[in-house]
Design a protein around this ligand. Sequence first.
Ligand SMILES: [Cu+2]
Length: 219
Amino acid sequence: MTPKSCAPFVLLLALGACNETTDSGGGGGTPTRVLESVSGADQVVAPGATLPQPIVVRLTENNLPVAGQPVQFSVGGGGVNPAVTNTGADGQASTSWTVANVPNTLNLLSVGAPSAQVINIPSFAVATNATLVDVQNNQFSPGDVTVPRNTTVVWIWKSSARGHNFTPDPGTGNAAWQAALVTTRDGPWLATFQFTQAGTYTYSCTQHAGMVGRVIVSP
Ligand SMILES: [Cu+2]
């Protein structure tokens, strides 16, 4: 199928546009189907672990399930089982995802199906000795954490997180802490900081009044 934007007299431009369309579609051409995440996104696990819940996606066309289509799951590290499976009568397909053994990382599972745009489903691999803070619902949760020195704190923006930043309060901590700033973004995202010096570290999201947090590092 040729998108309307691919007029023959602007061949180079058209090729670029066509390639983009092809890249984003599982089977090439203009996406006519919708591939969406049903469940299993945003799980937080230990590095190298298999997610406790399967990843479930659904393929639809005009809001009706599309059965018998190959869905392909792929990851940069770790693995999936199965990597390819057909959609069922409900249009759904699922896989089991084992994340790479890399601590404190955001992982993305790429999912494709014929004539549908590729989607990315996130999970988070967090070291068992790290401290987790959720960035959601216009708050850092928990807002206050107290940790021993050398602890790594991991802030997670899940898929539903919208428009939050991470801004160390000016004049607090050291240069590394000030540089830990994360500009305003939607989830999924992940930020980490290892606290090597005792003290109280304060920060906020400048987009939302009262969205503040503290890390108290014991001597
Ligand atoms: Cu915010």
